[in-house]
Design a protein around this ligand. Structure first.
Ligand SMILES: Nc1nc2c(ncn2[C@@H]2O[C@H](COP(=O)(O)OP(=O)(O)O)[C@@H](O)[C@H]2O)c(=O)[nH]1
Ligand SMILES: [Mg+2]
Length: 342
């Protein structure tokens, strides 16, 4: 890392979960050049480790310099550059509970004019500006915090550790090497052997493949982070709603042998192999003059466009006929065919 960009403002915010409300401990994080001094103003401590970097010590939060303490806290100081943001960071580990942690934060802000409330993501922004993390890691931190399943959290954590960064750096180095050769040849042509065009093309193709693989993996990982939407599409009475109920292990959709039973979109959220999925049952596609069913069929076409994948369901007894072919062309490359039968 080259240098630490210290912004004028020192920022503070509750770093632990606040929406849940209660917990044994809540953490306030303060970052910036006034982090230590601002906390000194509101903390009383007799610890021999007080304000040393990377030491935990005990203190009491004092309101308005009065002798009244409002909480007993553990304090962790991380001096620049050895902190998440690269700046001086102080963490105040207060008792949990929304009232107390907010009160400590309020006291900190009101007794220090150079400390302000952090904007969302501002600690990560400072870490990025100070070269502590790159954008792939910043994005991964966000994904880790918002992960809704264990696979998503695992993937996000590998991103936090710089796995994506390593791959991008590798591609960047490959490209720089190719570029160096070209530039050197332009400047000092006579010092080189003949240009091996085939070898050059082969190397460039390898880089292209690496980029394509990275994009492909990103798409796959995005399904793990955001879930996959799968629409059940097909003609009427081919077993779409039965399949939905089977997957949901519940009678979510009405099943009858009357064509056109499902007239609206029915969505079920499931987790299969730790991956969140939304299975969407739709109205069967057929020519109809029935007003409500027509609206349902329009929605089915909408779901063909919107969903990540389509399971096109058709009857084995009737076979995959002309109408199925026509419907199935709308569903481009995302088709998985499912047979109704047995
Ligand atoms: N023989 C057979 N009948 C099925 C199968 N799946 C569903 N059915 C029946 O086919 C009819 C239509 O099913 P439904 O799930 O409502 O079809 P949808 O209109 O495509 O949603 C019902 O009477 C079901 O009991 C299957 O795999 N085999
Ligand atoms: Mg149905």
């Amino acid at each position: 890392m080259d240098s630490i960009v210290t912004t004028e403002d020192t920022i503070a915010a509750i770093a632990s979960a606040i929406s849940i409300g209660k917990g044994g401990v809540a953490i306030i994080r303060v970052s910036g050049k006034d982090a230590i001094n601002s906390c000194k103003k509101i903390v009383q401590t007799k610890s021999k480790y007080a304000w040393e970097s990377h030491r935990v010590f005990r203190g009491f939060i004092q309101e308005n310099k009065q002798n009244k303490f409002i909480d007993e806290v553990l304090i962790l100081v991380m001096k620049s550059p050895n902190s998440f943001t690269g700046e001086d960071v102080v963490e105040l580990h207060c008792h949990g509970g929304i009232i107390i942690v907010n009160k400590v934060l309020k006291i900190l802000l009101s007794s220090n004019s150079r400390v302000r409330l952090a904007n969302p993501g501002e600690f990560s922004q400072r870490a990025f500006l100070n070269g502590k993390i790159d954008l792939t890691q910043a994005e991964s931190i966000n994904q880790l915090i918002n992960a809704s399943n264990t696979r998503s959290a695992e993937l996000a954590f590998s991103g936090v550790q710089g796995e994506i960064k390593k791959k991008i750096d590798d591609i960047k180095n490959d490209l720089i090497n190719q570029l160096c050769e070209i530039e050197a040849r332009v400047d000092f042509e006579e010092d080189f052997t003949d240009f091996d065009y085939t070898k050059y093309l082969k190397n460039i193709k390898k880089v292209k493949e690496k980029i394509e693989l990275l994009i492909e993996n990103a798409k796959r990982n995005s399904y793990i982070h955001n879930g996959i939407s799968i629409a059940l599409i097909g003609k009427t009475n081919v077993g779409k709603s039965s399949l939905l109920n089977l997957l949901a292990k519940k009678e979510k959709a009405i099943v009858t042998n009357i064509p056109g039973t499902t007239r609206d979109v029915i969505e079920v959220n499931l987790t299969i192999n730790d991956i969140p999925m939304k299975i969407i049952d739709t109205a069967g596609i057929r020519e109809t003059h029935e007003q409500i069913e027509s609206i349902g069929i329009k929605k089915s076409f909408g779901k063909i466009k919107e969903s990540d994948f389509i399971i096109y369901v058709y009857s084995l007894e009737e076979g995959f006929n002309v109408e199925d072919k026509k419907n199935n062309t709308r569903n481009s490359q995302r088709k998985i065919n499912y047979y109704f039968g047995q």
